[in-house]
Each structure stands twice: as C-alpha cells, then as structure tokens.
Design a protein around this ligand. Structure first.
Ligand SMILES: C[S@@+](CC[C@H](N)C(=O)[O-])C[C@H]1O[C@@H](n2cnc3c(N)ncnc32)[C@H](O)[C@@H]1O
Length: 575
C-alpha cells in the first residue's frame, strides 16, 4: 500500500498516546504537519490544540496516511463499537472503478455516508481527476458524506484537502458529522453514486449489538428489514438506495452474512424491489485487518433486471464470468461458484421422490434407544447405525467406534426387548431394505442396507424404495453431481459452514440422471466401492464417480477432483 513501512511511524504515534498524549491532538498534529508541508491553509479550528508530532517519512506523505493514523489511534473498544476498520487503498480504488464501469453519469456526485478517514472519497476523487476534472472542483462539487465520529469527519476533509492542494469552504459543508441511519431525508436522491465501507455491527457480538432504543429506532425507520440480527452494514444498503437518484448506483462493502443470513432477508427483498444488481465483488481473502470476510454489490436504482451481473474477485478485482440476476432474495447464487463450490449443469430425469420415500427419526426415537444399545459383535439384534458410521456407499459398522449418547461402541446393537412399545414399533418398521443417508458431511454419504437390519439413529435419514432399485438410487444420490447440488443448497444457509446438509424433504427433491445407460454403469461400479479396501478403493471411487458424472451429462474432469478431494484419504473405508 505504501512505498515505505507505515508501521514504524504509526507505532511511534501510538507510543505518544500510550505516554499520555491526547489521541485527537496527535491526529490534528499529523494533519497540521502534512498539510502545512503541502502548502494547504488549514482552518484554525482543525489544528487548535494540535500536538507536536514527529514528521512522517517522505514516502508516507500522502493523503491516505491520515485515515490510517486516525484508525491506529482509536481506542480499541470504541473502534469495535463503531465498526471502524478502514479500507485498504487498493480495495477503495477497485470498488470505485468497478462501480463506475458503464455508468451513464460521467461526473457523478459521490457520497460516502460513513466516510471514516475518507478512503472511498479519495479513490473517487482520483478517479474523477483521471477523467479530466480539476481537483479543486472535484472536492467542491463531487465529494459528499459524513461520519458519526467528529474526528473522522475532520480527517476525511483534511485528506481531500491535501489531495486537492486546497481546503475550500464547501468541504466543511459537504462532509458533515452525522448519523447516516438517523439523518433527515434532505439528501434523498441527491447523488449519482454512494460508495463506501459502512460499519459492520454483528448483532450477536456483545460490543456491537444495538441497544433496545437503537433497535426500535431502526425498526421505525426501515420497517421489517431492520428486524432480528441483521448487521447494521446491510441497513446502509437501504440508506444508500435512498440517497441516490433513479439510475444512481450504490456500492457498499458488506460482510458475507448479508449474502446468506436469514435476518438479512428483509434487506435483500427491499433491495431487489428498488434496484437491479449491476455487479458483485467477492473475495474469500481476509482483506481487512479485522479479519471479517467481505463482498460488495453494485446496485443500480431502478436498473435493468434482465442484465447479467458483472463479477470481480479478490483484491485485484479480477473479472469472473457474469451471473444471472439473483432470484428473489437468493444472493448466495451470485457467488457460490466464486467460493469454490462447483455449479455443473446437470441433465436430469425426474427426482428421488418419484421412486422413494424418506424419513428422519425424531428426538423421541433417539432418546427411546438410550439404554437399549449394547456392544455385541455376533448377536442377532439389529445393528445401530449412527451418522458417523456412514461412508461413501457403505458403512464402517464393526470397524470404527460409534458414538451414541456419550458412549462408544464398536458393535452397537439395539436390544429389542428393552424398548418401550412405541419405540419398539418404530424400530421394527425400520427393519427392511433401505438406503441410509448421513447428514452434515463433506459429500453426500449414502449406504445400502440390503438385509434390512440397520436401525438409523437420529439424524440419519432412511430412504425406502423397492429393493431392486436401491443400488441405482444410491448410485444417483451418492454421485459427485448430487454432492455439488447439495453443497450449493447448504451454502445458501451458511457461507462459512463447509458441509453438505440435507433434510428428508430435500433428499426427495434430488434429481435423477437423464442418461439411463450411464446410470446403469454407475450402479454396477457403485456396488464395487464398499467391498474394496486400501488404495484400490480410491480407484473404485474414481471409476464410479466418473460414470455417475456422465449419467448426469457432466464432464468428470470438472467435478471429480472436487468430489474426491472432499472425500480425502481419511476414514476406514466402507464395506
Ligand atoms: C468501516 S469504517 C469505514 C470507513 C470508510 N468507509 C473507509 O473505508 O475508510 C466505518 C465508519 O462508519 C462510522 N459510523 C459508524 N456508525 C455510523 C453511522 N450510524 N453513521 C455514520 N457513520 C457511522 C464509523 O465512525 C467509521 O468511521
């Protein structure tokens, strides 16, 4: 970011504050030193009481330094509360450039409603100057915004003044101390571009959760969109859309939660009503010091909803293939492939529910089995099957310990005569040929219970179908394309959880393959997997996986490495 290492200088300033100097006075001191050097006359009030500070090294003497100084000297608790983690230069520049791409407005009036040290306004100013506008005109007529923190507002003005080489009076009017979520609507529809990095305030965090009063105020202001645990950053999207005129754009950095969180649904729906998604910037890198993973939409108020969405990834803003506009509030679909989840196009013919039924046990059934489970290698009682004992196309019963109700068993069986009548009836009803499916795994794990002696322990899902169809169904459900689909569905529920999670109802909705001949091949190969130990098992999985991809019309090369990689080399291997 800087030619030199700012850390040493920033640490020196931090040392002054730790030694008793007032942080605001130090910030004002740096403003005085930098702007004096740049020949800019600073309003007297800004440098009143400024501390004497060491002169910044030459390579750090840019307008970008001021925001960093302010951030460094913020008291940590106040910083967390305010969500004040300022934006790296390359992200601010990249997002401004992306947000302006193809925009009909050539010289936009730009607003950052939570401007902090002014990183985004600086990036916008640079971008407008590159288009030929005079810097002084840029800061007088094109840069607007505010911050709830009075010192941040001063720093943002000083950064722009240093950049322009002058401090015009308009700066003090255009950049104000204000609460963007409470502010009056004087500014509504006044801007062409709202850009920035609003505060992230996770409502599950102790320091960042809203007070009751604040929550009530935001509900009154934003209605249903402000209910529950929605992050404050998401509400800024709605404020941004109020601030731009029709055709104007909003590009605000967001935490990943805005894409998928249930509590952000109201915001997503309101955004979809008022605007089209013009672009998406996404990264799984940690580009902020705070470590929160971020993304940003580029919204166009009243924009064209038929257009493809432009996409960029990582701090480099590298172009990625376009995506369709999201359906309703399903924003996860905008980034699922960028997060490394494959999204193959499947050729399908019907769904599992056409051939089968599926059930998952309930808590009562789980507790009904407690006390009736015995470790018994060669007994006649039915075998208990936990989720952990299911592997790809088989089970590890008898070779790996099962954990059930806080105990471990190598050969868990259910003593039928020890069960309450209702649980006994339920267990007996399970004792027929079926498929058993694990939940919360890296890939879909399904096994065939041909004999019908397995008792699925909650939350294992049992899939019932005519016995002669069980292997074909297992070959479809266990296939790499179905794992990719299931991963996509789970991704929407929680971006960070790296698991496949299916309900019994979702299992019935899984598609069956269109190529019946390839499906028959995959079924034959699937049967080989469970009996194959050691390194040969990997080859058996590969052969089955490739055939199953073909059955769905998917090129194995696109999917098989992902699927095999998620299976890994661990585990005992199924039999
Ligand atoms: C993440 S910082 C981002 C700053 C700036 N966009 C940047 O990238 O340099 C968020 C800023 O929002 C300010 N802030 C927090 N709540 C605010 C509110 N309700 N209205 C306006 N600003 C707010 C904080 O003081 C902080 O400066």
């Amino acid at each position: 970011m800087y030619a030199g290492a700012p850390r040493t200088y920033l640490a020196e300033l931090r040392g002054l504050v730790d030694g008793g100097a007032d942080a605001a006075a130090v910030v004002r001191g740096v403003i005085a030193a930098l702007l004096d050097d740049a020949g800019v006359t600073v309003p007297a009030a800004v440098i009143a009481g400024a501390a004497v500070v060491p002169r910044p090294p030459d390579e750090l003497r840019t307008p970008w330094l001021l925001g960093q100084v302010h951030e460094t000297l913020l008291e940590p608790a106040a910083r967390r509360r305010a969500g004040a983690h300022y934006t790296p230069v390359e992200i601010a520049r990249g997002l401004v450039a992306f947000a302006r791409e193809g925009h009909a407005v050539t010289a936009p009036r730009v607003c950052d409603p939570a401007a902090g040290g002014g990183a985004f306004l600086l990036a916008a100013a640079e971008s407008l100057a590159a288009d030929g506008l005079r810097p002084v005109d840029v800061v007088r007529r094109h840069c607007f915004g505010g911050d709830i923190d009075p010192l941040a507002a001063v720093v943002a003005r000083a950064s722009l003044a240093m950049w322009a080489g002058t401090w015009p009076d308009e700066l003090d009017v255009n950049l104000t101390v204000s609460d963007a979520l409470a502010s009056s609507t004087d500014d509504d529809a006044a801007f062409d571009l709202v850009v920035g990095n609003p505060p992230f305030q996770n409502q599950l965090g102790r320091t960042t959760a809203r007070s009751r009063d604040e929550a009530a105020r935001l509900r009154a202001r934003f209605g249903d969109a402000a209910t529950g645990y929605v992050d404050t950053a998401a509400l800024f999207l709605l404020r941004g859309l109020e601030l731009v005129r029709s055709g104007g754009r909003v590009a605000l950095v967001q935490p990943h939660s805005t894409l998928v969180a249930r509590d952000a649904r109201g915001v997503r729906a309101a955004v979809a009503e008022q605007s089209a998604m013009r672009g998406v910037w996404f990264t799984t890198e940690r580009v902020f010091a705070a470590g929160v993973r971020v993304w940003a939409p580029v919204l166009e108020r009243d924009g064209d909803r038929d257009r493809q969405v432009e996409r960029r990834v990582d701090a480099t803003f590298t172009p990625a293939p376009t995506s369709a506009q999201p359906q309703a509030d399903d924003w996860a679909s905008l980034v699922v492939d960028l997060a490394g989840v494959p999204t193959p196009h499947l050729r399908t013919d019907g769904v599992v529910g056409d051939l089968a039924t599926a059930t998952a046990g309930f808590r009562d059934q789980f507790y009904g089995l407690v006390g009736a489970v015995r470790d018994d290698e060669a007994g006649a009682d039915p075998r208990l099957l936990t989720s952990g004992l299911i592997d790809v196309l088989g089970t590890t019963w008898g070779r790996v310990d099962a954990r059930f109700a806080k105990s471990r068993y190598r050969h868990p069986r259910v003593a039928l005569d020890g069960l309450a009548p209702d649980v006994g009836a339920w267990v007996r009803a399970q004792l027929r040929p079926k498929l058993v499916l694990a939940t919360q795994t890296k890939v879909v794990e399904v096994a065939v219970d041909e004999v019908g002696d397995l008792v699925p322990s909650t939350p294992v899902i049992a899939v019932h179908a005519p016995v002669e169809q069980l292997w074909a169904l297992a070959a479809a459900i266990g296939s790499p394309p179905v794992s990719a689909l299931a991963r996509q569905a789970s991704f929407g529920a929680a971006l960070s959880a790296d698991a496949v999670k299916l309900s019994a109802r979702q299992v019935l909705g899984l598609p069956l393959p269109a190529d019946h001949a390839a499906w028959a091949d995959a079924t034959v190969l699937a049967r080989i997997v469970p009996g194959t130990p050691g390194p040969a098992r990997r080859r058996a999985l590969e052969a089955y996986g490739a055939a199953a991809c073909r059955a769905y019309g998917v090129e194995p090369g696109d999917l098989l490495p992902w699927w095999l990689g998620r299976i890994g080399h661990s585990g005992a291997g199924a039999e």
